[in-house]
Design a protein around this ligand. Structure first.
Ligand code: ATP
Length: 503
């Protein structure tokens, strides 16, 4: 699996999906650029989300708020005081780690040991993995399980209490070693704020320290009243936004999974107090359906309900996706009560209550938030789509089985040969389609090589113009996944493609 992940990362670079930022200067840690294919896929993901929120829900509208915001907003939201990661240094390698991530990795090691023992038992008794897991009273499994549970309980409590000394003690008791130096020589654990800051205005006239937003949500909260009043919105209603967010992540790992500059798609849904848990449940279901509609198979998703809640939340869950390195959070759904709006009311001194005309009373709405990282979604889609296939003729191909609606290029048009008027005919075909779909024209190399190139960027359809076309105005339409070819009339292409590339 690690191997597949490495291949995916180099595929992303080779075909213009994702480049390390500032590549010719050897990159910048945990910052990435999207190339000519990546930007198309990313835009299609954003459109898929935006349409599902703003077009399909009459009571959800969008905004686009600024990245720079009044600094008091981050005091009100709690980010100045609490948006911290616990860090620990190894004295020998001088490397810095997130203490909680070291402990999570340790938990994963126990899981690995447990799974290996279960797999062994399954093999011995000729059972499936699930059967073996269900019945397992294997001494070793129980022993690992007990250790894992004890560690989990202790870890959750330490995090909940914000007890840094206890986090360090866990690392020592578990004999966790530094992956670089291999030693257990750890410093104390310190808190580190994840927000980037900069200065607005010149220093001579008293510059103001401001932050790059670490989430887009606060831009929605502080605009809540503007939108509600000018849009005459009635609770329940939602505000959606897509935009950049910045976090000075210490342990930036796994490619675009954890970046320092990334993009979020967030929607805050404002509801009447007391109805929030029903709405939470509804949004949980709606969001999972949205993911599943991409067709990667239900087994790739699971919920992870939080048992440890932030002080302002009364329910929270993650939607996790099976990445090459295990199930990982892609989206968070949180019931945030009226915490944010109340805080902004308190810190700004302005009333931001909603007057409910039906109840004839004012209240501060409760909020359900759905928050998803565009880049993580991108990574999940790329990893689920990447396939290496052995073909019947003994060759192999790399194909990106992207959902057609998300594919960067929908259609490649190719003249079979570079003469006899075929290129001109192929251009005619493209000209009739390019206002509707992103098309690519390709006449270089053999047709087989051209197909391979389109497979590698996930183009769902290739159209080949041959000599016959000049006579019957028909072309060959090749399907990326099945590699089946059919003969269709040029006049029909628009309808056929439109029909097949919609979600
Ligand atoms: P994690 O626990 O992985 O740090 P989080 O719980 O802090 O994530 P949220 O604050 O809930 O994440 O952010 C919502 C979504 O934003 C996440 O589900 C994820 O998809 C995305 N996201 C958060 N941090 C990053 C990052 N550093 N790089 C890329 N995407 C991110």
């Amino acid at each position: 699996q690690e191997d597949v992940f490495k291949k995916l990362v180099s595929h992303c670079k080779e075909y213009g999906f994702v480049f390390p930022s500032s590549d010719i200067y050897d990159g910048l840690g945990a910052v990435y650029d999207y190339g000519q294919m990546g930007v198309e896929l990313k835009n299609n993901i954003k459109k898929y989300w935006w349409d599902s929120m703003v077009l399909l829900h009459e009571n959800i509208v969008g905004i686009d708020s600024a990245i720079f915001m009044h600094p008091t907003i981050w005091k009100a939201s709690g980010h100045v005081d609490a948006f911290n990661d616990p860090l620990i240094d190894n004295k020998d390698s001088k490397k810095r780690y997130r203490a909680d991530v070291l402990i999570e990795d340790q938990l994963a090691k126990y899981d690995d040991k447990i799974n290996k023992e279960v797999a062994k038992a399954a093999k011995r008794f000729g059972e499936s993995f699930d059967e073996a897991q269900f019945r397992s009273t294997n001494g070793r499994v129980l022993e690992h399980q007990a250790k894992r549970d004890a560690l989990h309980t202790r870890f959750a409590k330490a995090l909940n209490d914000g007890n840094l000394e206890e986090l360090r003690q866990i690392i020592i008791d578990e004999e966790i070693v530094c992956p670089i130096s291999g030693t257990k020589n750890w410093t104390e654990v310190r808190q580190f704020n994840l927000m980037f800051s900069t200065e607005m205005g010149s220093t001579s006239d008293g510059a103001m320290k401001i932050y790059l937003r670490p989430e887009t949500a606060q831009g929605i909260f502080v605009n809540y009243l503007n939108v509600q009043k000018t849009g005459r919105m009635k609770v329940p209603f939602g505000i959606a936004q897509i935009g950049k967010a910045f976090r000075n992540e210490i342990v930036a790992r796994q490619f675009i999974f954890r970046m320092r500059e990334f993009e979020q798609m967030e929607m805050q849904f404002f509801v009447k107090p007391g109805t929030e848990l029903d709405w939470f449940k509804k949004w949980k279901e709606i969001r999972l359906k949205w993911h599943k509609a991409l067709g990667f198979g239900d087994a790739s998703y699971r919920y992870h309900d939080h048992d440890k809640l932030a002080h302002y939340a009364n329910a929270a869950t993650d939607i996790e996706f099976l990445m090459p390195f295990g199930f990982k959070e892609v989206e968070g759904i949180h019931s945030r009560t009226n915490f944010d709006l109340s805080q902004h009311e308190k810190f700004s001194g302005k009333s931001i209550k909603y007057f409910d005309p039906e109840l004839n009373e004012s209240y501060t709405p409760y909020v359900i938030e759905t928050s998803i990282g565009v880049d993580r979604m991108f990574l999940s889609i790329m990893s689920a789509s990447y396939c290496e296939e052995q073909l019947e003729n003994g060759e192999s191909r790399v194909v990106l089985k992207l959902p057609a609606a998300l594919a960067p290029v929908k259609l490649a048009v190719m003249p079979l040969v570079k003469k006899d008027g075929l290129p001109e005919k192929a251009r005619e075909v493209i000209d009739s389609l390019k206002f509707h779909f992103h098309c690519q024209y390709d006449e270089k190399d053999s047709i087989g090589k051209r197909y391979r190139r389109q497979d590698a960027i996930g183009t769902p359809y290739c159209v080949t113009v041959d000599h016959q076309t000049l006579e019957d105005n028909c072309v060959t339409l090749r399907n990326r996944d099945t590699m089946q070819q059919e003969r269709v009339a040029i006049s029909e292409l628009n309808n056929i493609i439109a029909d097949r590339v919609s979600i």
